[in-house]
Unconditional design. Structure first.
Length: 234
C-alpha cells in the first residue's frame, strides 16, 4: 500500500483575535481589540479581564471588582479603558475572551481567553501581546496536520476547545457547519493536531477555524468562541 505524503501548504487569509495597547499611564491602560470577521462580541458574550500582579492569565482566579469589562456592541473591533490602576506599583495581565466564563469542575473559568497583553511593573508603554494562531499546515489527500498556539497555561481539551474544517477561503465559521470537527488535543497551550478521513481536493481551498470552547463529541459543536483561523489551497 502506498504511504500518503503530507505536503506543507502556504497559509492564506490568516485571522486572529488581537489586543493592542495604545497608551499606558501611571493609573490607566487604553487598549483596542480586533476580533474575528463576523464576530458579534455582545451576542457571543465576549469580555476583557485584567489581573494585578500576574504575568500570565490565572485561569481560575477572579480578577476582582471592576476587573471585567463586557463588550457592549456587536462590532468586531473596538477600544476600552482600564482605570484606577497602579502601574508604578504592580504589573498587569489583560485577556480578551471570545465567550462567557466557563463553569464546571474540570474547566478553567477564563478558558475562553485567546489573546493577552502583559504590562510590566513601571511600564510607560512597553508591553508584550499574544494572539492565538494556527500555523505550519500540512496536507495530504485524506488528512490535514497543523500546529496551534494558545495562551500559556490554558488546558484546551479540558475546556472543550475544538477545530473545524470548512471548504472555501472565506466560509461563515459562525453559521455554516464544518465538514469535519476535532477536539483540540494534546491538552497543552502549544501543540500539533489534525483531521483524518477527510477528502482534500487538488486545487481546492479550505479553512481551519479554532474555537476555545463548545466541543460536543456527538456533533453540533457550538460555533461562537472563535479565536483564530487560517485558510489554504491544496
Amino acid at each position: 500500500m502506498e504511504q500518503e505524503t503530507l505536503i506543507q501548504v502556504q497559509s492564506q487569509l490568516v485571522y486572529q483575535t488581537k489586543i493592542s495597547i495604545i497608551r499606558v499611564t501611571t493609573d490607566a491602560i487604553f487598549l483596542s481589540y480586533n476580533t474575528m470577521p463576523g464576530n458579534r462580541p455582545k451576542t457571543n458574550n465576549n469580555f476583557l479581564a485584567i489581573w494585578q500582579n500576574f504575568s500570565s492569565i490565572p485561569w481560575s482566579t477572579s480578577p476582582g471588582k471592576n476587573g471585567i469589562q463586557t463588550i457592549s456592541t456587536d462590532t468586531p473591533s473596538g477600544d476600552a479603558n482600564f482605570l484606577n490602576l497602579s502601574i508604578t506599583k504592580s504589573d498587569y495581565i489583560i485577556g480578551y475572551a471570545v465567550g462567557q466564563e466557563l463553569t464546571g469542575s474540570t474547566v478553567q473559568q477564563f478558558g475562553n481567553i485567546c489573546a493577552t497583553a502583559y504590562i510590566p511593573l513601571g511600564s510607560t508603554g512597553a508591553n508584550t501581546v499574544f494572539s492565538s494562531s494556527i500555523e505550519n499546515i500540512y496536507v495530504g489527500s485524506t488528512s490535514v496536520l497543523f500546529d496551534f498556539s494558545l495562551p500559556d497555561g490554558v488546558t484546551p481539551t479540558a475546556n472543550g476547545a475544538w477545530a473545524g474544517l470548512w471548504r472555501g477561503l472565506n466560509p461563515d465559521l459562525y453559521g455554516t457547519p464544518p465538514t469535519a470537527a476535532i477536539q483540540i488535543s494534546p491538552n497543552v497551550a502549544k501543540g500539533t493536531t489534525g483531521f483524518n478521513n477527510v477528502s482534500i481536493g487538488i486545487g481546492t481551498s479550505y479553512t481551519i477555524g479554532l474555537f476555545m470552547s463548545g466541543f460536543k463529541s456527538s456533533g453540533g459543536s457550538t460555533q461562537s468562541a472563535l479565536a483564530c483561523s487560517a485558510s489554504f489551497t491544496n
